[in-house]
Write a protein that binds this ligand. Structure first.
Ligand code: UD1
Ligand code: MG
Length: 420
């Protein structure tokens, strides 16, 4: 998009979110294993914005840490409203001329295409303000878009301040607005906290611009889920479900079979190869890598740092964390594999447990290629099971096992006659 050059983005993220009842800033609450603010940051990648300014408030140092470099931050000392927040952000955009795009940190479901659409429309038509609006049959808690007799946008009224007729309006303000910076700056000076919440509303700039005869229009959102704002735990769960659907949909399009997408929870950023099959009630966290043609679940929990190479099987009721499982290794039932390096073609019997934690630190279990771990084996880490070695059912392995050796018992000892 050539015309999109002079863009500055303001992300409003100062809110404490009283309704979440949390000590964590709202925008850091995770959706599919990742702070919701991360999805908002994804949106602006590729925009080549001149500047991205995030307005922070509650526990700003935590949010700033997450934002990292590349985002300018300002702290809104008192949360006086969205207009005040934008004003605070504009103090870092003194010399800037062009389009200011306002995004909310608590609206993580917005899609990149939608953003491109509104920016394109705003810039190509040289608008003073362009609103992203949506049609909702039963709007609740959203600002309603007011239009004059020519259907031109004339203002926004917040639900709390709306009269009964205005409450019937089905066109809502998603909160995403593009402004001409100078016009926005002028309008902000005129915003007064004359409303129920006694706040400075950004939305009041729209009626101010209308009275000045500015050119404004809207871009209509087709999928209203995109406008979904997270203000409570219930909304967090709903946003999570929508995002999970999108993530699972993406994997399926890429060639992964998910038998029951509704009961499959995959964290943002997990990598899964083609022709892998995931059975129901499985949790795969972010930072997990799964190769091609693997079988996972049902009821599997693959935690951060898990890597399954191609053609492996991690079956029912297994938990794996910080472990690498070599190709063609099979771990079919009831196992806990933590801090392990397992080679290729190994067999991990039902009920195998790596006792990785000694009360002080986590220890490594190494299982070499083609080892055979008998059912209910406990590997007391640190420990190494050699190539092609075997452990008897129920053994508790406390010492390293050389290659091709069979051990049995508690504590496990080599079988002299090599009989099982
Ligand atoms: C806002 C809009 C409403 C729109 C809705 C969409 C206003 C006045 N109203 O209402 O028209 O339909 O979003 O979700 O803008 N924030 C700050 N500083 C403040 C106040 C808020 O940074 O002083 C941030 C919040 O953290 C949040 C965003 O601004 O990310 C929106 O604020 P919120 O209080 O959630 O506004 P809504 O009541 O949802
Ligand atoms: Mg909100």
């Amino acid at each position: 998009m050539k015309m999109i050059k002079n863009i500055a983005v303001i992300i409003l993220a100062a809110g404490k979110s009283t309704r979440m009842k949390s000590d964590i800033p709202k925008v850091l609450h995770p959706i599919c294993g990742r702070p919701m603010l991360g999805y908002v940051l994804d949106l602006i990648k590729g925009l080549k914005a001149k500047k991205v300014v995030a307005v922070l408030g509650y526990k700003h140092e935590l949010v700033r840490k997450y934002l990292g470099r590349g985002v300018t931050t300002v702290v809104q000392k008192k949360l006086l409203g969205t207009a005040d927040a934008v004003k605070t952000a504009l103090s870092t955009l003194k010399g800037f001329k062009g389009t200011v795009l306002v995004l909310y940190g608590d609206t993580p479901l917005l899609q990149k295409d939608t953003l491109s659409k509104i920016l394109k429309y705003h810039i190509e038509n040289n608008m003073d303000a362009t609103l992203l609006t949506a049609h909702m049959e039963k709007p609740f808690c959203y600002g309603r878009v007011l239009r004059d007799k020519y259907s031109s946008i004339s203002g926004i009224v917040e639900e709390k301040d709306a009269d009964d007729v205005e409450k019937e309006i089905k066109e809502i303000n998603t909160g995403i607005i593009c402004f001409n910076k100078d016009k926005l700056n002028d309008a902000l000076k005129l915003v007064k906290p004359n409303n129920r919440k006694k706040e400075y509303y950004l939305t009041d700039t729209i009626s101010i611009l209308y009275k000045k005869g500015c050119v404004m229009d809207s871009v209509r959102l087709t999928d209203i889920n995109e406008a979904f704002g997270v203000n409570s735990r219930l909304e967090l769960a709903k946003a999570n479900a929508i995002m999970q659907f999108r993530i699972n949909d993406k994997y399926m399009k890429e060639g992964v079979s998910i038998m029951d997408p509704v009961s499959t929870f995959i964290g943002f950023g997990a990598k899964i190869g083609i022709d892998t099959v995931i059975y129901p009630f499985t949790v795969i966290e972010s930072d997990v890598k799964i190769g091609m043609r693997c079988f996972v679940g049902p009821f599997a929990h693959l935690r951060a740092g898990t890597c399954l190479e191609d053609d492996t099987l991690a079956g029912n009721f297994i938990e794996i964390t910080r472990s690498r499982i070599g190709s063609k290794t099979i771990a079919k039932h009831f196992s806990y594999i933590g801090d392990a390096r397992i080679g290729k073609g190994a067999n991990i019997g039902a009920g195998t447990v790596t006792a990785n934690f000694d009360g002080g630190k986590k220890n490594l279990s190494v299982i070499e290629d083609k080892a055979f771990i008998g059912s209910d084996t406990v590997l007391v880490a640190p420990v190494r099971i050699g190539k092609g070695a075997k452990t008897g059912a129920g053994s508790v392995v406390t010492r390293n096992v050389p290659d091709k050796t069979i051990v049995v018992g508690i504590p496990a000892k080599p079988l002299k006659n090599k009989k099982r």
